[in-house]
Design a protein around this ligand. Sequence first.
Ligand code: ADP
Ligand code: ADP
Ligand code: MG
Length: 663
Amino acid sequence: MFKKILIANRGEIACRVAATARRMAIRTVAVYSDADAHAKHVDACDEAVHIGGSAPKESYLQWERIIAAAQATGAEAIHPGYGFLSENEAFAAACAQAGLVFIGPPASAIQAMGLKAEAKQLMEKAGVPLVPGYHGADQDPALLQREADRIGYPVLIKASAGGGGKGMRAVEQGADFQAALASCQREARNSFGDEAVLVEKYVTRPRHIEIQVFGDTQGNCVYLFERDCSVQRRHQKVLEEAPAPGMTEAMRKRMGEAAVAAARAVNYVGAGTVEFIVEQRGAEMNFFFMEMNTRLQVEHPVTEAITGLDLVEWQLRVAAGEPLPLKQEQLRIQGHAIEARICAENPDNNFLPATGTLHVYRKPPATAFQRGPVRIDDGVREGDAISPYYDSMIAKLIVHGATREEALARLDEALAATHIAGLATNVQFLRYVVKSKSFAQADLDTALIPREQAVLFNQQPVGFELAAAAAVARTLLDEQALAGDDPFSRRAGWRSHGEGVRLFEFEFGGTHTKAALRYLHDGALVLAVNGARSMPLAFRATGDAIELQSGGGRTRAVVYTLGETDHVFTQAGAAQIVSIDLLAHAGDHAAEGGRLTAPMPGKVVSFSVKAGDKVSKGQALAVMEAMKMEHTIAAPADGTVAELLYAPGDQVAEGAELLKLSA
Ligand code: ADP
Ligand code: ADP
Ligand code: MG
């Protein structure tokens, strides 16, 4: 076995590979870009080598530098993870030339499967079922149109070099074909530097079912069963599970054997995935080859959960020349596993990716990289940034249960305990998907999200009354803690005797609202929200959480305060409520660190000072808006405003200096 390997990747997959290497007493070398100098994956490895600038082109795709780093550190092999160089046959060949083992398939297999059109030609010869379509070399637009007409609409035009859901256009009718072709070619040229396309019958309401395969250098090849990845947005996976609901033993065997035939056709070695599109006709399911991904897949943990195996360990053993640890007949499925991809994105805004800082990142109790009820694979820590340079995945949450129902319940519970604040995420959206009728009943196909859209988007899981009660409770608890229980230093409204009223103003769900807190003689509290009904409010702190009793119910809420925004997490879901505190405490938080810089990319809303103004420590200087939140920038110390560097309305990058202060 290797003594030392280099991991040519970042984020969760670099951490995940490092964990298995550590368990196997293999030393690890990380590589990192400027943006990743303090990243988790650097800490996860024994050594680290800086390889360049933040953009992937300047670092993680710089394969000469990566090979040089492996040689300089004495690593014997390189694990490419997924993405980046993992499916780059030139890199695989360069590793071999440099005397390094590429932990992946031979360069020839990567090449054979690299272009979807060529791969389909090969699969046709190997007898693997294909989606009806055209995958020839002749790219004459008129010929492509004739082929589309022959196949019958709707058709799907796909960039042959495509990946990650990019470079695909569905065409409903012949009249739209040429425009869609031109736009697909443009995207393909820009993203992949190759405009060749293929045309396929567009399967309606299909399922995406893929087979994990593994080959070794002795000529053995097995399948580790299937994963259903039908729940997708923009042709990208959102939830993945294994086994596939409704899969029969006979179909599993047929698909498994077809996948092994596909792998054998290219002399495959290592971990690979053969993706099939499955057409559903009543109870009948027809599967067709779509593509082979010649690498470890993002969703490999669900296969690990149901087989009890460590696929990275298998990759390392195979790369070191060992035979596959198990034979086909020794492989078993146990229970059911589901993976949810937690991403920095805004589902209500067409899944627009978000960047920013993970000011709050709390996870459910879990065991990482092991089979267990809850597993979390991530490459970030609280306080880390999700930068615009890399993809938006924050973490993968993987649950395992005896049955699908058990796994589903566990997933919802784990998602509810995943608290992220500081940027937009899809956590709440994932919970809605998990609870949707289609997903709960395993009525799976790639149209699940659009079909269930009424219950997935623009929902408000926590009402204003509850959010306001939680925000008020948080404020009072914080004040109490600050005051050290000294009744005389309590803030307005805390009375040692007599009744008093304290007013709060909030921004919630885009509307400005008010709440009045009344202190009764006996110390009890009553909260009137929006001038409507009053309800008794009682609460106490329990660890991180607040137990709230307001109105009719008892709720456990965890509230994190970031700037003026309270992020409220309850069993039902999360909400944000912005306090408009009339007792000017603006800026306590934004002043942290004493920087007069933008905490994240966003827009300058206003300046409350001008050049020449004398300011005192803690005074609010400017307000920024980012990720639909306002952030107050406050003076870190007493001083004089020297210069304003932007004007209201300006877009600013993260870290941009907004104004200059002189002592
Ligand atoms: P899957 O393994 O599920 O098939 P995708 O095909 O969507 O996943 O892509 C695999 C992953 O590789 C993506 O989630 C993305 O993080 C990463 N990736 C792909 N291409 C790049 C790239 N050029 N730069 C950075 N990351 C990439
Ligand atoms: P990528 O390389 O981007 O992963 P794939 O060929 O694997 O591209 O297709 C991605 C997704 O697009 C599939 O998971 C499926 O949801 C959808 N898709 C692909 N081919 C078809 C088809 N012929 N009919 C309907 N949907 C398809
Ligand atoms: Mg694919």
